[in-house]
Design a protein around this ligand. Structure first.
Ligand SMILES: [Zn+2]
Ligand SMILES: [Zn+2]
Length: 308
């Protein structure tokens, strides 16, 4: 049983989402993890104990723990309201222990109060797929036509927000993945097709959630002049060479890293307004490897959530 240090809380975990980044952690795709590591960074639970100096959260409160576990507070990025780029950060389930467990400790300053009336399994995917998805979505700009490549946990959340805001969502899945395309249309996408297909209109922006570098030139070809391609994942296979003319006309490629606490506060307000309903498949903690395998193979729609 971990013991909370000063500034930390002990959390009894109610649910923890399974994110593609957990796959990258267990596969060793990301450099310098804490080892051994408890993965999991979409944690929902209750405060079981408070370390010294924790004044903002009380025992019994429902809290969420995101990917951003801690920042230094003093580097140029932290001082510039870009704590997502902190030079000395800690990440939940990567460089500090996470939520594939019954209990964990977290820095109280990076935890969020969560509503009591929501289902814990439904809340869990908001903590990364939702929060970093939201940052990617904001980065995509305000255009009306939005492409989303890789229709998994983050996409199914942000598509609901986009449609609520009156945007047209185009969903790109693995070629031939009829289940995912049907899922996207059911959530309100105006079009769903394979990632190699050309959408019926040019897009204002595209977000790539799938870790597939070949999607970058595909998305560049799908966006209009001045359009933006946002890479939302932490890891991606190499991007193949492509002709300059598909980038020209002020198209942009940007990546998104991590989240700020401000992103989280904003998204946790927007999600209930937009009526976001996450679709989850529940697994026991002992089925964690099964959940990771299902995610890897694309065998589930929406998000996988472990219930200890
Ligand atoms: Zn910093
Ligand atoms: Zn994640």
């Amino acid at each position: 049983m971990p013991v909370p240090a000063a500034g930390e809380i002990l959390i009894e975990i109610s649910a923890c989402g399974v994110c593609r980044t957990d796959l990258h952690v267990v596969d060793g795709d990301l450099p310098d993890p804490k080892l051994p590591i408890v993965p999991g960074h979409e944690i929902v639970g209750r405060v079981a104990a408070c370390g010294a100096g924790v004044l903002t959260l009380a025992v019994g409160a429902r809290v969420g723990v995101p990917w951003l576990g801690a920042t230094c507070g003093v580097c140029p990025y932290c001082r510039d309201d870009r704590e997502n780029l902190c030079d000395r950060p800690l990440f939940t389930g990567y460089t500090r222990d996470g939520g594939f467990a019954t209990h964990t400790v977290a820095d109280a300053r990076y935890c969020f109060a969560l509503p009591e009336d929501a289902d814990v399994a439904a809340l869990a995917p908001l903590m990364c797929a939702g929060l970093i998805g939201w940052r990617s979505y904001r980065m995509a700009g305000a255009g009306e036509s939005l492409g989303i490549y890789g229709f998994g946990a983050a996409a199914h959340i942000l598509a609901q927000v986009a449609i609520w805001q009156g945007r047209r969502v185009y969903a790109f899945t693995r070629p031939g993945d009829d289940d995912a395309q049907h899922f996207a249309r059911r959530l309100g996408a105006v079009w769903a097709g394979g990632s190699e297909e050309t959408p019926p209109e040019r897009l204002d922006a595209a977000i790539i959630f799938a870790p597939v570098g070949a999607l970058v030139p595909a998305a560049l070809r799908a966006v209009k002049k001045g359009g933006r391609v946002v890479c939302g994942g932490i890891h991606m296979s190499d991007i193949p060479a492509f002709p300059y003319r598909i980038l020209w006309e002020e198209r942009q490629i940007v990546s998104v890293a991590n989240l700020t606490r401000a992103d989280a506060h904003e998204f946790l307000r927007v999600a209930p307004q937009a009526g976001v309903k996450t679709e989850v498949r529940r697994y026991t903690l002992a089925q964690a490897n099964e959940a990771l395998a299902d995610l890897r193979e694309g065998r589930l729609q929406g998000a996988a959530v472990l219930i200890p």
